[in-house]
Design a protein around this ligand. Structure first.
Ligand SMILES: [Zn+2]
Length: 97
């Protein structure tokens, strides 16, 4: 299976499966995917902490009607990956373009 790239900027993409960075010009976008699972992200860590103190998505939804928690969790996961949280150590951030 080839890496499934989501664009990071116009020169780099990141695989949604293995989370490795790929530079389009170097042909990285045609590589075989390692397929290793993505490490837990910032949103996953926040959810784990809130769950640990009993503030679960179900309880928030019971009070507010609709918590929108999964979308917020994914937003924090993406924000964390932008600063290196939740990405494999062998996958450095791209240089600014
Ligand atoms: Zn991949």
């Amino acid at each position: 299976m080839k890496c499934q790239l989501a664009p990071v900027n116009r020169m780099y993409g990141r695989c949604t499966v293995c989370c490795r960075l790929a530079r389009y010009a170097s042909g990285d976008d045609d590589r075989e995917c390692g397929g290793q699972p993505m490490p837990p992200g910032l949103g996953d860590a926040i959810k784990g902490g809130l769950d640990a103190v009993g503030l679960t998505q179900e309880r928030v939804a019971a009070v507010t009607g609709d918590c929108d928690c999964p979308a917020r969790q994914e937003w924090f996961n993406a924000a964390g990956r932008a600063i290196g949280i939740g990405v494999p150590p062998s996958s450095p951030e791209p240089p600014p373009v």
